[in-house]
Design a protein around this ligand. Sequence first.
Ligand SMILES: *Cc1c(COP(=O)(O)O)cnc(C)c1O
Length: 231
Amino acid sequence: MTSIAENIRSIRERMDRAARAAGRDPGEVLLVGASKMNDAAACQAAIAAGIDALGENRVQEMTAKLAERAYDGAPLHFIGHLQRNKVRQVVGRAALIHSAGSLALLEEIHRQAEKQSLIQDVLLEVNIGGEESKSGFSPQALYAAAESAREFSHIRVLGLMAIPPAEREPHGNLPYFIKVSQLYVDISRNLYDNSFKYLSMGMSDDFEDAIAAGATIIRVGSAIFGYRQYQ
Ligand SMILES: *Cc1c(COP(=O)(O)O)cnc(C)c1O
């Protein structure tokens, strides 16, 4: 069995290779550990091994692990589906919310951030496969949503996040990654003065293709922490 530190080292090597092959600077891609269902000790092992941030999916699990100081030493990101009634527990705790996927959610994030007198960094989630089961803005609705999001004074939109459909073919997600990347460049340039920093896409099985398409954040779970046991 390999350790979390060894896994992170080998992922970093693969990230560097993928970035160089795409003519990109390897330093511009961040590795976020998707730490759902892994305990505080595993989170701390990843932080000791130099992970750039940890990402959580569920508010309840994040809150419990915060109390155990699981994330001390690295930024905490929220990457999972976020319900409006749980926004209050995430704003101000997560350095970056990847999953802002509706105007109602943005409105609530803005409201809670205003209450706490802070500005919350977020990414707009795009449902790039147009799947019923997934949240996020449809590619068609994204541009108008990104335009509306500029009005929320307590939100700073720093980019986009996407989870493409589960693909079985090798490189099956590459066309989706390329589409998201085009939306990212277009919206950053036309609506945000080229200020976007984060294009969050790519997981354990496809992060090299995401980097080839322009990802600046990859979210990796099982390749770091091992396979999750679902009950
Ligand atoms: C779990 C998860 C990941 C990581 O998935 P792996 O396939 O285990 O790397 C990435 N992003 C989100 C939103 C996740 O929930």
